[in-house]
Design a protein around this ligand. Structure first.
Ligand SMILES: C[S@@+](CC[C@H](N)C(=O)[O-])C[C@H]1O[C@@H](n2cnc3c(N)ncnc32)[C@H](O)[C@@H]1O
Length: 385
């Protein structure tokens, strides 16, 4: 059990969250402010306690003190990690996620890859949600093996369900305890911290050196960095977002990763585009309800609402409509969302296909957390005729 200093600090963060700050933001702010007073192990313990609390939130007794609830959540986590079968799928379905979700999601039939003992995709996904998430890093192309040797505690992704992609993946899951952001390898841009599902979006886009691409919702540039690496820094990459703050972070990150073949521009998502350029490929990594990230960020399970799903589906459709005219003939449009709701995934893709006969649908794919030990993601692709 963590020390009382850790539980007390975590309890203070829960107070900030009750005041309206999202848990990940409250943690980031509090741990940055107290950087000089807390050791890395203590910071890790505080984050773990807060996230574990929200993962087991509906099992806890609200009348207990915050410290007692945090300790109870950590005990539940330990019991689950030791013997997941002790938690019935019906109990997980009732308590691990909000009730509204079941009207919003579809599950495939059949058994799962990552947790072969689990019978259905729904049960597999629920069990995955209650595990602690893996930490994935992306090495530069061709450098995964040498990076793994330098960092140690790294395991390469093995993707039996994507044999064609395995050879192109530079994904490593990291189980060591050092602060990766402080390693010389991170400082010199040898790797990025990026979820495996996000890395598979870059591989699905598969831009080639010398092409012209647009990362339309580039944010802080996680996928921009990957696209540039796949392009071997050759060709041109437009990176737009409506948030200038995020684009600022993208530029700092690009400098560190030695990414030079990009141009950053603000785009609000409307009909007025940042450029008249026609592209070989466009990636719309759209804002979404984030259900695919609920393992990593369990607090979001309790702050996301069906209304968000409806509103975001409308935004996603608009973003796709606005960029579609910027593809060259033969150019590809890639739509990605880290969510699993029907309205934001298959429904958006079907409506877009119906509204845009000038684009031929190529594929849709759902990446399931329990199959990858990573975030959930939906990817759809079209090609301009
Ligand atoms: C899923 S995040 C992008 C993450 C990023 N591609 C990465 O890999 O790090 C979605 C982004 O869309 C941006 N966004 C939200 N609404 C938008 C809009 N209406 N038009 C353009 N960008 C928008 C957000 O600022 C956010 O950065």
């Amino acid at each position: 059990m963590p020390s009382s200093a850790i539980l007390n600090h975590a309890a203070r963060i829960l107070k900030l969250v009750q005041g309206g700050t999202p848990a990940d933001q409250a943690l980031r702010e509090s741990l940055t402010q107290n950087r000089h007073f807390t050791a890395p192990a203590e910071r890790r313990g505080i984050s773990r306690a807060v996230f574990t609390y929200y993962r087991w939130w509906r099992w806890l007794d609200e009348s207990d003190s915050a410290q007692k609830q945090l300790a109870a959540a950590l005990e539940l986590q330990k019991r689950f990690d030791t013997n997941p079968a002790a938690f019935k799928p019906e109990a997980l379905a009732a308590k691990a996620v909000p009730d509204w979700l079941w009207d919003e999601m579809d599950f495939p039939g059949g058994s799962t890859v990552h947790l072969p003992s689990v019978a259905s995709a729904k049960d597999g996904w629920l069990a995955q949600l209650q595990r602690e998430p893996a930490l994935w890093i992306r090495a530069k192309q061709g450098q995964a093996t040498s990076l793994a040797a330098k960092l140690s505690h790294c395991r390469p992704a093995s993707l039996s369900q994507f044999p064609a992609l395995s050879s192109q993946l530079s994904a490593l899951s990291y189980s060591g305890l050092i602060d990766l952001y402080r390693t010389p390898e991170f400082q010199t841009g040898e790797f990025e911290i990026q979820d495996l599902a996000s890395q598979l979006v870059g591989l699905a886009a598969a831009p080639r050196p010398g092409e012209t691409w647009w990362d339309a919702c580039a944010g802080e540039g996680g996928k921009t960095m990957h696209l540039s690496d796949l392009m071997r820094n050759k060709g041109l990459l437009w990176a737009s977002d409506r948030s200038l703050r995020r684009l600022g972070k993208l530029k700092a990150r690009a400098a560190r990763a030695q990414v030079f073949n990009f141009r950053a521009a603000q785009w609000e998502g409307g009909a007025k585009l940042p450029t008249k350029t026609k592209f070989d490929g466009i990636l719309v990594d759209a804002p979404c309800s984030g259900v695919g990230t609920w393992q990593r960020n369990p607090h979001a399970r309790w702050t996301t609402a069906p209304k968000d799903v409806r509103e975001l589906a409308a935004v996603q459709t608009q973003l796709l409509d606005h960029v579609a005219g910027s593809l060259k003939p033969g150019g590809r449009l890639v739509y990605a969302v880290c969510t699993l709701t029907r309205a934001e995934t298959t429904a958006v893709a079907a409506a877009f296909t119906a509204a845009h006969p000038e684009l031929a649908p190529l594929s849709t794919q759902t990446l399931w957390p329990h199959e990858l030990d990573a975030n959930g993601m939906f990817i759809a692709q079209w090609k301009r005729r």
